[in-house]
Structure formats: structure tokens, C-alpha cells
Design a protein around this ligand. Structure first.
Ligand code: IPM
Ligand code: MG
Length: 369
């Protein structure tokens, strides 16, 4: 029995997680893959209940769980809170304290959605990119940081972009290992032309590649982050695995998400180091945010969260067949013409969050006959 901690969070989080819980329950009922699901609070809802975006108790439960599934955090109601109380701090603490240094963000275009992208169909059809984003270092956590008032009364805001060899090496290794079972190409992205941390990044990735992965047939290229943003919208299919730091990965993954038609389609897995038994801490969440403007209206797209659970099946529970089932159910729901509002196209049927959930369960049923 796997222990799964579910943190629905704020905004549309509870709705998209709600549909995913039905899928999780389906696996227990129909496939004998039982999960011990417990729920907790993170983000603004935790602040409202406990005065903090993440309690120590929830943090401890996350550390002990086999995997965490998170919806989304944040919303205008909490925007004016002091920095340390903001909903996002809860998510960032989870990532940091669980040491989830490798964030996998696969941007895959389902055939049925190739026309839904704002880019020309032929540019995105068949697209399958894996962005590997470093998640526990860089400017997100670097010290010194803060806002200070200068003697002349003006203020100064500081953040620090910093990376060390081990931090670069461990995430680069994840990218190379993924490339081995994909298209065998890694593009490492930084700003080595401007930043020393980027130069170190490039040197360490190059060294690791030469020492361990070149002879395994992995091709390594380097790209500046600004160019990468441009290439992602110019010719995205040139990429297989993109390896990049925390901040550039944040930006580039939103960009890549739109290639797939909607931010509402992109799942993610955040992984820690594997122990001797191959177990690793892990958190799964959709890349999209809490979308407060559409929260509570049953119109959000639950597929990014459903697909995040499929990543949990693959990376935490080592059940690739079950993961494939989820992906195939999503593929069939889309090719059957069903669309939530964010991916709506002419002649398709617009459905609610919960009807999309119904359809995924129906397709799962059909798939197992
Ligand atoms: C993401 C989000 C987060 C980030 C926010 C919510 C803190 O944008 O996961 O991409 O910046 O990492
Ligand atoms: Mg982001």
C-alpha cells in the first residue's frame, strides 16, 4: 500500500485534484493498486486555517509519504501578506525541505490538440520535449537575499544566483539518464555569456558528459536562455531534453506549455535523490497555477493533474503500464472531441472539469475491457 499525501491547495487546485482522486480511487477498485490517501493544507488555505502556508506537521507528513500530489497555491486574497506568509512559500518549502532538486516538465502535444496551439500545427505536431529544471537552488534560494533601506532612504532588493558543482552535477545526471531512454539529446541552457554561475553550469555539464555519457551515445549541446526561448517558439521539435536552472526553467516551461495548446495540459514531477532501495521523495503537480479567476466554476482543465498522477505511477510507484493507461485515457478523451474551455476548438464538445473526469474514468474502464 502506497502512502499518498494530497495537498489540493487554492483556487482551482481542489477541483483538478478532485477529479484526479477519482482516477486514484479507480486504480484501487479496478487494478488492485491501492493508495492510502491522506489530505492536508498548503498555501493560502493553510494560512487561513493555521496562519502559515505550510505547517510543520504537514511538512513531516510530506517527508514520510511515498509521494505528494499537489494542486496549486496562491490567489489575490493573499497577495498583500508579508513575504514569508505568502502561499508560494509553502510550495517552495516543500521543494526545499524534501530536497526535490530535479523537476521534470514534459511538454507533449497530443495529436488531437495539435491545432489548439497558438503555433502552426506542423511546428508542434508530435512534439515531445522533456524540460529538466533544477528546483532547489539558484536565485530562488540563494543568499544573500532581501530588501534593505539605504542611508539615503532609497531601498535595495537583492537576490543571489548561485550554483555549486554537486548541485549542477546531480540534476545534469537526471537529464542524461532521461535522454538515454528518449532521443539521446540534451540541450543545456544558461547565460554563460553574462553570468559566472552560467559559465560554471556549462563547464560542469560538459565535464560530466565527457566523463560518463558521451560514450553512451548522448549528444550534448549548449544554448543561451534567451535563444532557447526563441527556438522554443520557432522550431520546438529540435529539442529532446532541455536541462536548465531554476529560474530559466520556470520561464521556459511556461513557454513550452503553451506549445501543447494550454498550460492546463502540462504535468510535472519533482524528484529527490534515490536511496539504496530506489525510493525517492517526490512531489507531483500541474505546472499551471491556481487560476483564481475561474476557481469554483467547474470549468478548469483537470488533465495536467491527472497526467501528474500518471507521472507518479511511473516515477514513484514503478508502474509504467498503469501510467500508460492514464495517458491513453487522456488521449482518447481528447480524440473523442471533448475539450475543457482552455483547449476548446471549433466543432468540439465543451465539457466541465467534472465531466472530463467522468470521461477519463469511462475511457479507463474501456481500456481494461
Ligand atoms: C512553478 C510556479 C512556482 C515557481 C511558483 C508558484 C512559486 O511558477 O512551479 O512554475 O516559480 O516555481
Ligand atoms: Mg512557473
Amino acid at each position: 500500500m502506497y502512502n499518498l499525501l494530497v495537498l489540493p491547495g487554492d483556487g482551482i487546485g481542489p477541483e483538478v485534484v478532485g477529479q484526479t482522486l477519482r482516477v486514484i480511487e479507480w486504480f484501487g477498485r479496478k487494478r488492485g493498486v491501492a493508495f492510502n490517501v491522506t489530505e492536508g493544507l498548503v498555501g493560502g488555505c493553510s494560512y487561513d486555517a493555521h496562519g502559515t502556508p505550510l505547517t510543520d506537521e504537514t511538512m513531516e507528513r510530506a517527508m514520510a509519504a511515498d509521494a505528494v500530489l499537489l494542486g496549486a497555491v496562491g490567489g489575490p486574497r493573499w497577495d498583500s501578506l508579508p513575504f514569508e506568509k505568502k502561499p508560494e512559500r509553502g510550495l517552495l518549502r516543500l521543494r526545499k525541505d524534501m530536497d526535490l532538486f530535479a523537476n521534470l516538465r514534459p511538454a507533449m502535444v497530443f495529436d488531437a490538440l495539435a491545432d489548439a496551439s497558438t503555433l502552426k500545427t506542423e511546428l508542434v505536431k508530435g512534439l515531445d520535449i522533456m524540460i529538466v529544471r533544477e528546483l532547489t537552488g539558484g536565485v530562488y534560494f540563494g543568499e544573500p537575499r532581501g530588501i534593505e533601506t539605504l542611508p539615503n532612504g532609497t531601498r535595495r532588493g537583492v537576490n543571489t544566483q548561485v550554483y555549486t558543482t554537486p548541485e549542477i552535477e546531480r540534476v545534469a545526471r537526471v537529464a542524461f539518464e532521461l535522454a538515454l531512454v528518449r532521443g539521446r539529446r540534451v540541450c543545456s541552457v544558461e547565460k554563460a555569456n553574462v553570468m559566472e554561475s552560467g559559465l560554471l553550469w556549462r563547464e560542469e555539464v560538459t565535464r560530466l558528459h565527457a566523463a560518463e555519457y558521451r560514450d553512451m551515445g548522448i549528444e550534448l549541446s549548449h544554448m543561451y536562455a534567451d535563444n532557447c526561448a526563441m527556438q522554443l517558439v520557432r522550431a520546438p521539435k529540435q529539442f529532446d531534453v532541455i536541462l536548465t536552472d531554476n529560474l530559466f526553467g520556470d520561464l521556459l516551461s511556461d513557454c513550452a506549455a503553451m506549445l501543447t495548446g494550454s498550460l492546463g495540459m502540462l504535468p510535472s514531477a519533482s524528484l529527490g535523490a534515490a536511496d539504496a532501495n530506489g525510493r525517492r521523495r517526490a512531489l507531483y503537480e500541474p505546472v499551471h497555477g491556481s487560476a483564481p479567476d475561474i476557481a469554483g466554476r467547474d470549468i478548469a482543465n483537470p488533465l495536467a493533474t491527472v497526467l501528474s498522477f500518471s507521472m507518479a505511477l511511473r516515477y514513484s510507484f514503478h508502474l509504467p503500464t498503469e501510467a500508460d493507461l492514464v495517458e491513453e485515457a487522456v488521449r482518447r478523451a481528447l480524440s473523442g472531441g471533448l475539450r475543457t474551455a482552455d483547449i476548446m476548438q471549433p466543432k468540439m464538445a465543451k465539457v466541465s472539469t467534472s465531466v472530463m473526469g467522468d470521461v477519463i474514468l469511462r475511457e479507463l474502464d474501456k481500456l481494461i475491457g
